[in-house]
Structures are given as C-alpha cells and as structure tokens.
Design a protein around this ligand. Structure first.
Ligand code: CDP
Length: 584
C-alpha cells in the first residue's frame, strides 16, 4: 500500500527518538536509516491491514483499516510488541515476541533446540524452555555407557549460544529456563545464579506443583523423580527447598517461581498436551513450538479531566474502540508473521493465541490521584481488566463470525463447554512493555514507577533522565514545584521523606520501593483474575528487604492465585537496568 501524503506526522518524545533510530528503523547496508517514524508506522499499519484481503467476509476495507491502525499506534493508544514494529512489512517478517521450544532428552533434540532458539533470537523473539525432561546429572547414558551431564550443563550451552547472537543485530536474546521442583537436579538449578554473570541470558524459574506447596505447608518430604525413566530418586524436605529458593532469590533475584499446575488448569487446549514453560518474562505460558504476539493498550491516555467520580474519569467508550481494533490487529499479525519453523507455524495457526494487555497503569492512577497501594486502586484494576477481557472476547467472537473460530476450537475447553466460538484460544496477557512504554512515554505494564525521576541506562551505556510528567504537573498545580526539589527527587527517586510536601501528594506519588510488598501482590492478583495468560510483574524491593519479605511474597503469590512471581531487591546485582540517583 502506498504511503498516503496526508498522514498525520508522528510526534516523538526524546527517548522514543533514540530508541527508534537505534533499534527499529529499517537500515540500509551502510547503517543509515531507510525510514522515519511515519514510514515505520505506515509500514506496520499497511502490512497488518493487508491481511484483511485474505478474508472475503471481512467487515473492513484494508486501506481504511491501515489508516485506523496508523492513527491507533501514532496516537500511542496501542502498540504491538517490538518484533512487529521491527519486522512487519520486511523480508524477515517475524512478528511474535514469545516462543516456547521443547528440550528432549537426547543430544539431537537438545541441539535442535539450541539451533531453533538461535533462529528465533535472530528475528527478535524470546524463547522459553523447560529442562525438566532431561535426565539428571550422573545418570547412565544407554548408547555410550557414560554418564549424563544434566540440565545445568546444557543450560550453559544455550546461554553461550545466546550470547553470540544479537537479536536481529539489535538486542540480545532473552530466555526463560524452567525446571520442575521434583527434578533430581533441582538444588543445583536453584543455586545456578549464585555467581554473578552466570547464565546471564536466562531468567530462571522453578516450576512449583500443588503437591509441593502442600508439602511446604505441612513441613513434609516430597519425592523426586528421574524424568527419563520414571524412577523414584529419593525425597527432599519441601520446606528446606523452599527456604533455599527464597534465600537465592533474595541474593540475586533468581530463581523466580511459576505455579505449573495452575498454568495447566488454565490451558485452553489440553488435548494438545501440557504447558511446561513460559516466555522469557513469564507472562505467556505456551505449548511446545507455540508462539504468541502481544500488544498493549496505553491506559495513561484514557484519563478524562474534570469528571467527578473515578468511573467517569476513564474514557470507557474509547477503551472499547481501542480493544476492538487491537484484537483485529493482533489476529492479523498471526497471519502476517513468518515463523522460523513449520512446526511453529502449524501450532500458532491452530490456536491463534494473542496477548492484549495494558501499559501506563501507574500513570492513570497518578492522574486519578489514587494511590497504587490502596484498595481503590486494586478494585479499579479488576474493573479495567474485566472490561478489557470482556471486550476482547467480544471482538474475538466477531472475528470468528467473519473468519471462523481457531481451528482447534472444537477440542478446546471453549468448544467442549460451548462457550465460543472465539477466533483466538487466548486473548489477554500483561507484558512488561519495557521498550513499548518508552515509545509511548508512559509507565510500564502494570508496574508502579521505579522512581519519580530517574536515569535509564539503555543500549551502549547511554543514559536517559526522565521525570514523570504527571508528578511534575501536580507539583506545579499544588505550587510546590522548584528546581531544588526536582534535584532532590532525582537523587532519591521518592518523595516519602519530603515532609514539606502535602501528605496527599506523598500518598499518591508512590514508587515501587515505597509500596509494601503485599500491594504489589494484590495488584498482580487483581489483574491476573481477568487475564487469560499471565501478568508480568516484578516485586521491586529496597536493598533492606529481608529474606522473610521474599518468603512472604512467594507465599502470597501462591495464596492469591498468581501464576508466578519474580522479586528484585535493589542493588543485589552490580549491574542493573534502572537506577535512581542514589544508586549510581
Ligand atoms: O516492550 P517490548 O515489546 O520490547 O517487550 P516487553 O513487553 O518488555 O517484553 C515482552 C516479551 O518480549 C518478553 O517476555 C520476551 O518474550 C520478549 N523480549 C525478548 O525476547 N528480548 C528482549 N530483550 C525483551 C523482550
């Protein structure tokens, strides 16, 4: 589709300009950009809208839809995940951020997975693996009579391979490594990141079972099992294992935890097998050889000023319009994307999972003057996500009418319970939106702000300073604004100790570190309740957080119905992505 001359030019914030030109613009052989922001968003909008042509009963015209998609993205109301922005309408054409690959218990299968991961990383996608099927270290290898080296030694190979492949020449590949808690090598896995820098291309999570959690509760032993032979391999004390897990997470942030039985309870297509892993950041459980593309609605832009009640201050009608359009966009992405393996194409086309989520949540709360750590915020989270899920499902139903349900619909839980038909086996996921939130200039995902003013280290050591615009405006409105104050806030990140600021300001403008861990969990659980897949959430903690804090966070995640959780204690690693002034 030819780029129309009357497209509204894109207005970029300063950080977006840097990110787009370093990573996203298509470049020629000399490294010079071949497009600008208008060109990029038209390339994406037109490539995704062109998919309408495949469907004779489509209710949309591709050229009109391309303009709508363009306006939707360039008004920063919705953005698809990074690979879609980078690769739509290009020769590469791989548009999904999330993949899960199986790792089988043979040298051939292991190295197939290494190769497939390399192909995915090259295209900008992240990969998740379960290593639970690998025989434990020191078990016999039939073909040679030797002994196996176990999941950890193979994990190292995946890590090294990742190191060597920069994603699409732009970002390094991200991985999730999962091991079941009943695997005989579990203690080694839990301790894998003891030395800083080890396995640094991996997030590690232990897959906890319901049986294990019950054994922790009762202080009992639980059985280990060799996956390749089904042989019992002794027992461990569940509480002791849980304690080591908590200790290691306190030390380094890893491993996180996923509740694997819960993930499978919500598996929409159990006839196709179990889900054993998630994508790198944990928000997207998938079947082996499955991929998913994500997209996020920017809630920060939906605030309506001058309305009395909270409910009236959110533009629900606009949110509905955005959701309808976004679901169509994400469904088209499935067809527009070229996947690196036929097996992946088949699985993706069978289930047609998409993951629509949100960003800018903390910014919306700032505008509404609702503290993140309050019951009002938690209630609103549920209300917003319930709305998104309902409207997302309605949009998917509409698409099923035009295009047919996802091919595995009849065998899925929806088909079995006669709930559909839907076009997509899953519709909602809450992503971290690490880069998307920079482009849209909003707070990331459903996270509270890391700091009200902070330095961001991105690519090549570059440092971007950011002051939250809603905080700045509120200071001006309350006549509290001064350069001196702003300097102090950049140093501290938080205003909690600034007693000259009115209490209501300190209550509303809270950061991740100011919030009691329980509120992080309550918020995650509120969003999870209405999310088909999972919620990306890191419980960020001050350096002073204790091992008891981590234990209670992991336990609360279990009790509150989360699918997993990750913690990060400020300063526990020498290099970290986000720093407040004090941290530098
Ligand atoms: O904001 P953006 O679309 O770049 O990504 P995100 O929402 O922060 O992360 C979504 C997913 O993209 C992650 O869970 C990974 O599956 C993948 N990802 C990756 O593969 N490599 C990265 N460096 C960042 C994200």
């Amino acid at each position: 589709m030819k780029q129309p001359e009357d497209l509204q030019p894109v207005v970029l914030n300063q950080n977006a300009e840097v990110v787009l030109s370093k990573r996203y613009y298509r470049k020629g052989p000399d490294g010079e950009p071949l497009e600008d922001a208008t060109g990029l968003f038209w390339r994406v909008a037109s490539a995704i809208a062109a998919e309408e042509g495949k469907y004779p009963d489509s209710s949309c015209r591709a050229d009109e839809l391309a303009r709508e998609f363009y306006d939707l993205m360039t008004s920063w109301k919705f953005l698809p995940n990074s690979p879609t922005l980078m690769n739509a309408g290009t020769d590469l054409g791989q548009l999904a951020a999330c993949f899960v690959l199986p790792v089988g218990d043979s040298i051939e299968e292991i190295f197939d997975a290494v190769k497939h991961a390399a192909m995915i990383h090259k295209s900008g996608g992240g990969t998740g693996f379960s290593f639970s099927r690998l025989r434990p270290a020191a078990s016999r290898v039939g073909s040679t009579g030797g002994v196996a080296s176990g999941p950890l030694s193979f994990l190292r190979i995946f890590n090294t391979a990742t190191e060597q492949i920069k994603q699409g020449g732009t970002r390094r590949g991200a991985n999730m490594g999962i091991l079941r808690v009943d695997h005989p090598d579990i203690l080694e896995f839990i301790r894998a990141k003891e030395r800083e820098g080890e396995f640094n291309n991996f997030n590690l999570s232990v897959a906890l079972t319901e049986d294990f959690m019950k054994a922790v509760e009762k202080g009992e032993e639980y059985p280990l099992m060799a996956p390749h032979s089904g042989e019992a391999k002794g027992t461990l004390n569940a509480r002791e294992v849980f304690e080591i897990l908590v200790q290691k997470a306190w030390e380094s942030g890893d491993p996180g935890i996923v509740f694997i039985d819960r993930i499978n309870r919500d598996n929409p297509t159990p006839a196709q097998g179990e889900m054993e892993s998630t994508n790198p950041c944990g928000e997207q459980p998938l079947l082996p050889y499955e991929a998913c593309n994500l997209g996020s609605v920017n809630l920060a832009g939906l605030y309506l000023a001058g309305h009395g009640s909270t409910a009236d201050s959110i533009d629900w009608a606009e949110l509905k319009r955005i959701i309808r359009l976004s679901v169509r966009f994400l469904d088209n992405v499935i067809d527009a994307s070229r996947y690196p393996l036929d097996r992946i194409t088949e699985t993706v086309h069978r289930n047609r999972k998409i993951g629509l989520g949100v960003m800018g949540w903390a910014d919306l709360l700032f505008q509404l003057r609702i503290p993140y750590d309050s019951q009002d915020a938690v209630k609103l989270a549920g209300r917003v996500m319930e709305f998104i899920r309902a409207e997302g499902r309605a949009a998917s139903k509409q698409l099923a009418k035009e295009r047919g349900p996802f091919p595995a619909y009849a065998e899925s839980v929806f088909g079995q319970r006669d709930l559909g038909p839907y076009r997509n086996a899953t519709i909602t996921t809450i992503a971290p939106t690490g880069t998307l939130s920079i482009l849209a200039g909003c707070s990331s995902g459903v996270e509270p702000l890391f700091a009200l003013s902070f330095a961001r280290h991105v690519m090549d050591g570059e440092r971007l300073v950011e002051v939250n615009p809603y905080f700045e405006q509120a200071l001006k409105d309350e006549q509290c604004y001064s350069e001196k104050l702003m300097e102090a806030v950049t140093q501290k990140g938080s205003v909690q100790t600034m007693e000259h600021l009115p209490q209501h300001m300190r209550d509303v403008f809270v950061t991740a570190m100011d919030i009691e861990p329980v509120w992080h969990l309550k918020m995650q659980a509120a969003f999870q309740e209405y999310t088909d897949n999972a919620v990306s959430k890191t419980v960020n903690l001050p350096n002073s957080a204790t091992i008891d804090d981590i234990r209670s966070i992991y336990w609360m995640a279990y009790e509150r119905g989360c699918k997993g959780v990750t913690v990060y204690r400020d300063g526990c690693k020498q290099s970290q992505v986000l720093c407040t002034g004090d941290g530098e």
